[in-house]
Design a protein. Structure first.
Length: 522
């Protein structure tokens, strides 16, 4: 194979860099002759004299030829692969994007993922990998590339405050995300702590998130019209009764070690339990839907026995999220007149990430509202936890040969030895009380809850709604700190103070204590 002069010249410089690196000389000139020898003219740093060196290129010629052939071959393969995938994605080569499907493909390629579905909880988070995957039609999951856009379940604890700050409304919200987009969500009212016994039922055909109307009854009808509690011209309840396949109930269950504790406070990235699908009959689904409100919400008594050991299908493990990723949302009550809205018609929602499932990709797990359900994820991870969670010190099954769900009882009917329960709770509760003592101190009363005033001051949405009146909102928050603090319970106080360095240090001490205690019990 013939190699041109420019390639020999480049290789001559490579020889200089590799062989004479220890001498640290300055290269003044390099050239080669017909005998394919490399002639280097260098300047010695110490003496300042020119040095002439000749090195043969016979050894590098073979290596250069092989690298050149391999490089050209890789270029050709990449070009052919991109050409085929481009034709498969858009129909014909270089065709204009004039179809509705192609326009939708272009739009989805550049869309950011929803903040709720973002693993880092960042607004307008995008991914170049997702853009190339959508435009070129590449199945990166099949090639082993992990998608940056999240697919799975997320559970948040939401604390809602009105402008009066006279009470705190606690809500547990569960979302299903597909490729970084919220497909549906469900809200469950909470009292002082998480109700692990109650299943979460949701209609997957109604993608808009709907909250139960609040405020005077005279405004409820108007607010329902604006919030979208009707879907396609009819109520969501009516739609669910006619589409039972997309109405499903889920159950969150804890592992035995976590079910012992009376507190739902966990360290980040710990394996807490699992999420189950309740295989409920059509007749029971109708009964559940009829007992709910028009927007499928209910604060009343719920039949917890609809999800049991016989009809529960394990979906995915539940991992604890980090409280540090929380954010604040401020919304206005649109049913009030504009004058009263800025003074009284607003509320603050504190969204705290609670639990999430591993991001396994839509190829293994699909649970959308289109009537199609894919549960391949259960068989894919039934012998081990999904990577990288299987290597985490907080996610260690007792027996790696058994499925992950073999350690979880869906109704949490565990038999706890009284001595173990007393020992476990005494250690954990003692440490938690110390953290709670910090939040009850003068420092805690002046810095919590969650520094709402500072977060709202930098919220663009808040500035857009209230304009310069945001200062009045912040002043109202500062004046009502003590009133807001009284509405918190024990868990709220600890979660609210988790951002402080001193509280984080205490939580780390509690973390090591909990690990040693759990290992001693096992």
């Amino acid at each position: 194979m013939n190699i041109n002069d420019s390639q020999w010249s480049r290789n001559c410089r490579i020889i200089h860099l590799r062989i004479l690196d220890k001498m640290r000389p300055k290269l003044l000139d390099y050239r080669f002759r017909g005998n394919k020898n490399c002639h280097l003219r260098l300047k010695d740093d110490k003496s300042g004299e020119d040095i002439f060196i000749e090195r043969p290129l016979s050894i590098s010629r073979t290596n250069l030829s092989k690298k050149n052939i391999l490089y050209k071959l890789v270029q050709i393969l990449i070009f052919l692969n991109l050409l085929c995938t481009f034709k498969r994605a858009f129909g014909i080569f270089a065709a204009p994007l004039n179809g509705e499907a192609n326009k939708a493909k272009m739009g989805s390629a550049f869309e950011p993922q929803d903040k709720i579905c973002s693993m880092s909880n960042i607004e307008n988070e995008r991914s170049y990998q997702h853009m190339l995957k959508t435009l070129l039609g590449l199945d990166l999951d099949h090639w082993g590339f992990k998608s940056k856009f999240y697919t799975g379940f997320k559970v948040h604890r939401v604390y809602s405050f009105s402008n009066r700050f006279d009470q705190v409304k606690r809500i547990l919200k569960m979302y299903y995300c597909k490729e970084g987009k919220v497909q549906w969500g469900a809200s469950v009212p909470q009292t002082n702590e998480v109700n692990w016994d109650r299943p979460i039922c949701v209609y997957g055909g109604a993608k808009p998130m709907v909250e139960k109307p609040a405020g005077p009854k005279v405004f409820r009808f108007l607010k329902k019209k604006q919030n979208g509690s009707s879907y396609n011209g009819t109520s969501i309840k009516y739609q669910a009764l006619r589409d039972l396949d997309n109405f499903n109930c889920f159950k969150l269950a804890r592992r035995e070690s976590y079910a012992q504790s009376s507190f739902s406070i966990y360290f980040p990235n710990s394996w807490i339990g699992g999420i189950y699908l309740c295989d409920v009959s059509a007749e029971n689904k109708r009964g559940i839907i009829k007992s709910l409100d028009d927007d499928l919400s209910s604060d009343g008594i719920f039949d917890n026995s609809i999800c049991n050991r016989e009809n529960s299908i394990p979906l995915q493990p539940l991992i604890s999220d980090s409280y540090h990723k929380h954010w604040t949302e401020l919304t206005e009550k649109s049913w009030l007149p504009a004058t009263l809205r800025k003074k009284f018609g607003w509320k603050i929602d504190k969204v705290v990430p609670f639990l999430y499932t591993p991001n396994v990709g839509k190829r293994l797990f699909n649970f959308t509202g289109d009537g199609h359900k894919n549960f391949n994820v259960s068989s894919a991870i039934e012998t081990k936890m999904p990577w990288p969670y299987q290597f985490s010190q907080f996610i260690q099954p007792k027996n790696g040969k058994h499925p992950w769900y073999s350690e979880i009882e869906v109704q949490e009917k565990y038999t706890f030895p009284k001595s173990d329960v007393k020992k476990s709770q005494s250690l954990i509760e003692k440490a938690l009380r110390k953290v709670s003592g910090l939040s009850n101190s003068g420092w805690g009363r002046s810095n919590i809850p969650w520094n709402l005033d500072r977060e709202l001051a930098h919220n663009r949405k808040v500035l857009k709604i209230f304009g310069w009146d945001i200062n009045k909102v912040i002043s109202s928050i500062r004046m009502n700190r003590k009133l807001l603090f009284r509405g918190m319970d024990f868990e709220d106080e600890i979660i609210s103070a988790s951002d402080s360095p001193i509280v984080s240090e205490r939580l780390r001490e509690l973390e090591s204590m909990s690990q040693s205690n759990e290992s001693s019990l096992e």
